[in-house]
Design a protein around this ligand. Structure first.
Ligand SMILES: Nc1ncnc2c1ncn2[C@@H]1O[C@H](COP(=O)(O)OP(=O)(O)O)[C@@H](O)[C@H]1O
Ligand SMILES: [Mg+2]
Length: 316
């Protein structure tokens, strides 16, 4: 039998290597900017993958205290009170497993590890307990994912939706994951955080916290079709990435994504929108993500002076 999914579990001071019989891949959608489509993309890319690979399961781990993905996938903490939440894993990591938290969404092969606003409270507790609590907390999800890999009875894609920050839950997602994709919108401030995210990923890898973690690239999110000034500026910013950092597919800004989220479905599972350009864009981006999984991505940008000059010339 093929052996997949190497990982490490902390056992006290010791770190043990684990292997699984099934393929378990993990992907974070992350940006330190809010409103760039992280949540919409997480659920729609999950939908696209679930459709493309019906023999795989998808797990979405909602690491955002605002619980937008959980709500948009139909989870209501007040109603589903017998279901464990991400909070419970962080509250009692010795006894609660990822399986305990999994909630089956309306899509048969998509499961959710739900968040609620309790994560805000948990974060405050961790901060108040100081450095030792932060140190203990940052590897919790990594250990849970590795335990999950050991017991997986199927191939899984694990996706993390994250907050627009590099706080304890985002770092947990980074430490537990293989790959990161970064959405950018055609806005003035959308590009500023990319370097910070990329540097953090490099630090995590070089620091030995997760040697498998890599950025897979940047994708255009909430993109405007019209050749507006904002889009031209954003394309010029993207053109300063000199390697293969930018995905070809762009995700349009289209009301169907909002509507599908309101109706608690990924857009490609919505009867009205499943055959639209927007659904196809998520399918195509997911194909690109899987297609470049093992490709080395070059995140190099042109010189800072060149980038500044480009901005000056375009804004004058
Ligand atoms: N491709 C899209 N087209 C149109 N609206 C979108 C799209 N993706 C997300 N949205 C909507 O835009 C808003 C911000 O998106 P969201 O995914 O919540 O961003 P983030 O998670 O980065 O804060 C939400 O109201 C969401 O429904
Ligand atoms: Mg969000």
């Amino acid at each position: 039998m093929r052996l997949f999914a190497k990982g490490r579990i902390n056992k006290g001071e010791k770190i043990i290597e684990v292997v699984s019989n099934y393929d378990v891949k993990s992907l974070v959608i992350s940006s330190i900017k809010g409103g760039v489509g992280k949540t919409g993309s997480t659920m729609c890319l999950a939908g696209a993958f679930a459709e493309m690979r019906p023999d795989w399961n998808v797990m979405i781990i909602d690491c955002d205290s605002q619980a937008n993905t959980s709500i948009a996938l139909g989870f209501n903490p007040a109603e589903h009170t017998d279901n464990c939440l991400l909070y419970d894993i962080f509250d009692d990591p010795k006894n609660i497993t990822l399986e305990d938290c999994l909630w089956q969404t309306k899509i048969p092969n998509i499961y959710l590890a739900p968040a609620d606003r309790g994560l805000y409270q948990k974060e405050a507790e961790i901060q108040l307990h100081g450095f030792s609590a932060i140190k203990e907390t940052r590897t919790i999800l990594r250990d849970k994912v590795n335990e999950f890999k050991m017991s997986a009875k199927k191939n899984w894609l694990i996706m993390f939706d994250t907050r627009p920050d590099l706080g304890i839950f985002t770092l947990n997602a980074y430490l537990a994951s293989d790959r990161v994709i970064i959405p950018v919108t055609p806005d003035e401030f959308a590009f500023q955080g990319i370097k910070i995210v990329d540097k953090t990923i490099t630090d995590i890898r070089n620091g030995g916290y997760n040697r498998d973690l890599r950025v897979l690239g940047i994708y255009r999110s909430l993109w405007e079709k019209a050749n507006s000034h904002n889009t031209r500026l954003a394309e010029a910013e993207l053109a300063t990435f000199t390697g293969n950092a930018v995905f070809n597919t762009f995700i349009p800004n289209h009301v169907s994504v909002r509507n599908a989220m309101r109706e608690r479905l990924p857009v490609n599972f919505h009867a009205k929108y499943k055959n639209t350009d927007v659904s196809n864009a998520f399918r195509s981006l997911m194909e690109e993500v899987m297609g470049r999984w093992n490709t080395r991505v070059d995140m190099t940008r042109g010189s800072e002076a060149g980038v500044q000059e480009m901005r000056r010339s375009l804004s004058s």
